[in-house]
Design a protein around this ligand. Structure first.
Ligand code: DLL
Length: 433
């Protein structure tokens, strides 16, 4: 099984555009008539459903932001009656109100379809045993992957996140071939696996479908080596659907967007204008088929770029490159823009520490400070002050030159930084406290 749905995954770019345009027209007409928020915003912008004839006309429509979702909390932007909503998810959100999303039965089925395509892209088949260690609950990770794997006819193990000892028992005893969890949790599972005396001989993983948080190419290599699998990146957000808005295939060259369901734009976050293909900008999505909670031009704040050239796997869908982070995750330190993922890349590339780190930003007087705490590996762990100082110095020189900042580096003892079972917390910004 090479593709789950060859028709939609491999259609020509022209055919896709025709399909998207038709779906966009229907969507705009529906939200105009059913969601007062959209009608008001479109009236304010002087645009009517009849003005939208093709995907190019999308620029006439106003953006939707997180603030719009907060203003209409909890159900104000649903486009169907509540009795048609069969599922609710919510994203906790680190700041402000949670965002609530509702799905109709058809939305759930489309979501399972996107997830099935993603799993097949990662090499899964109906013979696969899929270990789901994303959290089940209001978070979309667990149930999102679950329904896709079940639709494919896989054997699903709904472990959810946490209880790492049990995750390891299951990996050893049931021998699943596909692991789905956040990349930071995959690393934690690997660490505990070795600590319990197991080796790669004891497990049978072939692929990992990891996402829900930013992770670098270096982190990918680390996880692949430790778990003996191919690690693919999966992207999604609750507002748009959950996991499987886009996902890499085994080529690992960007995440194939399910473009028959989601229309992507990349904009300059300050002007709102499109940037040329290949250039980085803020990712904006329009849901072309969602019934319960459709979104028009939703500003995700995620930063990426797209490539519409055909992938070696044969799929023709546009690919989103690995995310650099979010516009609101970007740290501005003494005027310099820093993404935590840059720091991760440097640390893992040097490879002399464990892949566990924490970034602490503070303000002393009027001066921003940045400290990177990173764990020593058990092998390198040494009481020699001289050794520790020289390693700290090497890491510091590299970080200083890559970031253009004066960074404090502190090596900490193995296993002292908190491990993550879901999304890792990499930054403590004391300036905001
Ligand atoms: O994280 C959905 C998901 C679950 C995706 C499982 C993949 C796997 P939220 O909790 O709403 O939804 O968080 C969405 O997480 O806007 C990104 O900033 C970030 N994110 C998600 N996937 C990736 C990824 C789920 N592959 C927010 N790389 C998004 C980097 C990601 N960041």
């Amino acid at each position: 099984m090479h593709y789950w749905n060859e028709h939609f995954e491999c259609m020509s770019r022209d055919e896709m555009k025709v399909l998207q345009s038709r779906r966009l027209q229907k969507l705009v007409d529906r939200v105009y008539n059913r969601v007062p928020h959209y009608r008001t915003k479109m009236m304010e912008a002087g645009v009517e459903p009849g003005d939208i004839k093709s995907v190019e006309d999308i620029v006439k429509l106003p953006f939707t932001t997180k603030q719009d979702l907060r203003d209409t909390y909890p159900f104000g932007m649903f486009a169907v009656d509540m009795d048609e909503i069969t599922r609710i998810h919510a994203s906790s959100g680190t700041t402000g109100k949670q965002t609530v999303v509702g799905y109709t039965a058809r939305d759930i089925d489309n979501w399972a379809e996107c997830m099935a395509r993603s799993l097949v892209g990662a090499g899964a088949s109906r013979k696969s045993m899929v270990h789901v260690a994303y959290g089940y609950g209001l978070f979309t990770g667990g149930l999102g992957v679950h329904y896709g794997a079940e639709k494919m006819g896989c054997t699903v193990i709904p472990v959810s996140s946490g209880n790492t000892a049990r995750q390891i028992t299951i990996l050893k005893d049931f021998k699943p071939d596909i692991l789905c969890c956040t990349p930071s949790y995959a690393l934690y599972i690997a660490e505990e696996l070795y600590a319990s005396g197991c080796t790669l001989e004891d497990i049978n993983l072939k692929a990992g479908v990891f996402g829900a948080e930013p992770w670098s190419e270096e982190m990918r290599k680390e996880i692949e080596g430790k778990l003996g699998l191919k690690a693919v990146d999966i992207y999604g957000l609750s507002e748009i659907m959950g996991p499987a808005v886009s996902c890499e295939c085994l080529e690992q060259k960007g995440m194939h967007i399910q473009e028959d369901h989601f229309l992507i734009e990349i904009i300059d976050p300050t002007t709102g204008n499109h940037v040329p293909e290949g250039e980085k900008g803020e990712v904006v999505f329009t849901t072309l088929t969602k019934e319960g909670f459709p979104l028009i031009r939703y500003r995700t704040r995620d930063v990426s770029c797209i490539d519409t050239s055909q992938c070696a796997c044969g799929r023709t869908t546009a690919r989103m490159m690995k995310l650099c982070g979010r516009t609101d995750d970007m740290l501005i330190i003494r005027g310099v823009n820093v993404f935590p993922s840059q720091i991760e890349s440097v640390l893992l590339e040097l490879g002399e520490t464990a892949p566990h780190y924490l970034i602490i930003v503070d303000r002393v007087g009027n001066h921003d400070t940045i400290e990177v705490q990173v764990e020593m590996t058990e092998n390198f762990f040494s009481d020699s002050v001289k050794y520790i100082e020289s390693l700290e110095h090497r890491i510091k020189s590299k970080l200083d030159s890559v970031l253009g900042l004066n960074v404090k580096v502190s090596l900490v003892e193995p296993k002292t930084l908190a491990r993550s079972e879901g999304k890792a917390k990499r930054v403590i910004d004391k300036r905001k406290m």
